[in-house]
Ligand binder design. Structure first.
Ligand SMILES: [Zn+2]
Length: 84
């Protein structure tokens, strides 16, 4: 049985805590589609991610990547690192 409404994404947490503090959660920025079992991609170099909500850009390392299960967003553009 597969729940087609759920998908897995690689995400990072936006570091602009002040902005997202009002909403009382750590905003997850979706980077790329994955699945429930793929190993974390090994990215040797830091990469920059711009938040889709607050617009701030921060540098992230591969150990900050998280797997996140969520409903498919209505609009999603993969980060250039994950768009192949
Ligand atoms: Zn943000």
């Amino acid at each position: 049985m597969t729940d087609f409404d759920k998908e897995y994404y690689w995400v990072v947490l936006c570091k602009n805590r002040l902005f997202h503090f009002r909403q009382n959660y750590r905003h997850k920025i979706l980077l790329g589609v994955t699945d429930s079992f793929s190993p974390l991609p090994r990215l040797k170099v830091p990469f920059k991610v711009q938040c889709d909500v607050c617009g701030k850009e921060y540098t992230y390392h591969s150990d900050e990547l998280l797997r996140f299960e969520t409903e498919s967003p209505p609009f999603f553009v993969a980060h250039s690192l994950f768009s192949d």
